[in-house]
Design a protein around this ligand. Structure first.
Ligand SMILES: Nc1ncnc2c1ncn2[C@@H]1O[C@H](COP(=O)(O)OP(=O)(O)OP(=O)(O)O)[C@@H](O)[C@H]1O
Length: 210
């Protein structure tokens, strides 16, 4: 389970968010929606341990009963998906995915797991592909595989569907949510599009404070 308690965020003298709390069960999808500039991406950056700039943040982040807000990013166990998936462009698709695997997976099992994941994502034959040659939908799927292969405790989605055309968007969204449910991963997403909110998901409005 992922839980945020009493999260407050201010930027210089301005309070952006005041005591926001939520929890997300395994396989559940929580959607944060709110006006531009209300602090949604900054909340994500704080959860990921990457809040920079002049912000002041308070609150607690718990992931599977472990307090994480004081841990370095790499120890939080979060998978992240953004609007513009960043891949290592000088590595192949397969190498990008191998890098995501935990060190506990050894030897031949590493490549086998990556090949299985590519097959499951209908990307068979893509192991040696140069990321620069991928379509938007293929790149999105590779970025999700990369997040999932790292065996995350929770997934944060910051508008990862918004750059895809409508058909691909619906398809990719279904796939992301199905994977999260099947693996019991709690998901928090930020979106501006109500179509991204699953019928059985929860919606948390983030309003401009004050
Ligand atoms: N690095 C930064 N330094 C200073 N101010 C910043 C920085 N990043 C964002 N801001 C400001 O902080 C506020 C919150 O920004 P944030 O990106 O979290 O909002 P958001 O709700 O995600 O907006 P959007 O829906 O437009 O993505 C905005 O007023 C923004 O201009």
């Amino acid at each position: 389970m992922l839980m945020v308690t009493d999260f407050s965020l201010s930027l210089r003298q301005t309070t952006l968010l005041h005591q926001v709390s939520f929890s997300v069960q395994p396989g559940e999808i929580l959607t944060l929606m709110g006006p531009s500039g209300s602090g949604k991406s900054s909340l994500f950056a704080w959860m990921a341990g990457a809040l920079a700039g002049d912000f002041r943040a308070e609150g607690e982040l718990w992931i599977n009963a472990r307090r994480c807000d004081n841990l370095p990013t790499e120890q939080r166990g979060l998978g992240l998906l953004f609007q513009d998936p960043l891949l290592f462009e000088h590595f192949s698709v397969g190498q990008n995915l191998l890098l995501a695997l935990p060190a506990t997976i050894k030897g031949d099992r590493r490549k086998a797991q990556v090949l299985d994941a590519l097959n499951a994502a209908e990307l068979e034959g893509f192991f040696h592909r140069d990321p620069a040659t991928l379509s938007g939908g293929q790149r999105a799927r590779v970025s999700l595989l990369r997040a999932l292969l790292a065996q995350p405790q929770a997934l944060l989605l910051d508008e990862p569907f918004s750059r895809l055309d409508q058909h691909l968007r619906a398809q990719f969204r279904r796939w992301v949510f199905a994977e999260a449910r099947a693996r019991g991963i709690p998901v928090v997403q930020v979106t501006h599009d109500e179509a991204d909110v699953p019928a059985d998901g929860c919606l948390l409005p983030i309003a401009n404070w004050q």
